[in-house]
Design a protein around this ligand. Structure first.
Ligand SMILES: C[S@@+](CC[C@H](N)C(=O)[O-])C[C@H]1O[C@@H](n2cnc3c(N)ncnc32)[C@H](O)[C@@H]1O
Length: 349
């Protein structure tokens, strides 16, 4: 294997040559230095706030995630697992370099999660996490955390409704705010998997970057939380028709996002800072308006300035913020008619 030293966050580890290692799943050990870096940066900063007693890096590949959780998030004990023996060997080398309190497994994720319990489980598969979420939710101790990534953006965004129904048990259509929909479908999956094992969920953080979507949730064995969660499952409308079910509750724990942001420094990607900044203030509203989509729909001659739109909405007493899901999005509790009127006026200014 062609290995190189690679610096990310506050560690320098050996990884397969990044020029080759992320282009397909068919490499000796997988490594993605781009979108996955942002996913790792945000996860590391969030776990540094949550401070679980241990974490399972359940699909570890090079081990970079688990090593970073030990070094940067101060998680005292890390369990590394990968079905690929070469990956595990590399993870062990990288963990040894930093003296990680590590335990190493070369098992199928589902098998491992049916025999052990952890305070945090990180699930980072190729494509969809659906085949693994049930066992992951079982393995998280009450009060612990589940971190789930997905890269199958077509079904999650409503672009492949049949696949979405098959994998996620929900009927979708792509809305203008589809990047956020992906997280709401993932939380719905996590809710269902956790509820089956008698656990409720408390969302901590949700974000998307390029083709990576990630949700982080606290799981608690608490029947009243499951009942509360059931009321947070809802539907959304496109062209007057209802779609779902999806998670319609809050996506972010604003305090955790704010504290994670305080720990950000220049060793982390700028994209991770932006995600945390916006997560810390994201209004608890389902969906957002895509300003470009609306400018076209209303046949406006120019795209209105974002700040004028935000200010006009706030002056009328609505909440209004940019979103982490898209540079073109505005999240507000104003209805469509009000939003359209504000856009028309802002386009004239
Ligand atoms: C997307 S990569 C993980 C990347 C890694 N978490 C990171 O941040 O660099 C997915 C990994 O899951 C492993 N894998 C696939 N199926 C598995 C299974 N059923 N159980 C355990 N590991 C599995 C693959 O060998 C691969 O290393």
């Amino acid at each position: 294997m062609d290995l190189v030293q690679y610096r990310e966050g506050k560690v320098e580890v050996l990884v397969p040559n990044p020029e080759e290692s992320w282009k397909s799943a068919d490499v000796p050990v997988f490594f993605n230095p781009r979108a996955a870096r942002v996913n790792r940066d945000v996860s590391v900063l969030v776990l540094s706030v949550l401070r679980p007693k241990d974490v399972l890096d359940g699909m570890t590949a090079s081990g970079i995630r688990g090593v970073r959780y030990f070094v940067e998030s101060s998680v005292p004990e890390v369990y590394f697992n990968d079905l690929n023996g070469d990956a595990l060997e590399l993870a062990r080398r990288n963990a040894d370099k930093y003296g990680v309190m590590g335990t190493f497994f070369n098992e199928d994720f589902n098998v491992l999660c049916h025999t052990k319990r952890f305070w945090a489980v990180d699930l980072d598969p190729f494509g969809s996490p659906a085949p693994f979420v049930w066992s992951a939710a079982r393995a998280v101790r009450s009060g612990g955390y589940l971190l789930v990534s997905a890269t199958d953006t077509r079904p999650l965004s409503g672009a492949s409704p049949k696949q979405a129904l098959a994998k996620y048990g929900t009927i979708l259509r792509k809305p203008e705010w589809y990047p956020e929909l992906m997280a709401r479908v993932l939380y719905f999956l996590v809710f269902h998997a956790a509820a089956i094992h008698g656990k409720g969920i408390e969302p901590v953080l949700a974000f998307a970057y390029e083709h990576h979507v990630r949700v982080i949730a606290r799981l608690r064995e608490k029947p009243s939380l499951i009942t509360k969660n059931a009321k947070q499952i809802g539907f959304y409308e496109v062209d007057g028709k209802q779609y779902g079910p999806i998670w319609a509750g809050p996506l972010q724990d604003h305090d955790v996002a704010g504290e994670a942001l305080e720990r950000w420094d220049s060793d982390y990607s700028k994209a991770s800072r932006k995600i945390l900044e916006l997560a810390a203030v994201e209004p608890d509203v389902v969906g957002y308006y895509n300003v470009h989509f609306w400018a076209e729909k209303l046949k406006l001659k120019q795209i209105p300035k974002f700040d004028s739109v935000l200010n006009a909405l706030r002056e009328q007493g609505y909440v209004a913020e940019r979103v982490l899901w898209s540079d073109k999005g505005i999240k507000t509790d104003a209805d469509e008619e009000t939003f359209a009127e504000v856009l028309r006026r802002a386009a004239k200014d």
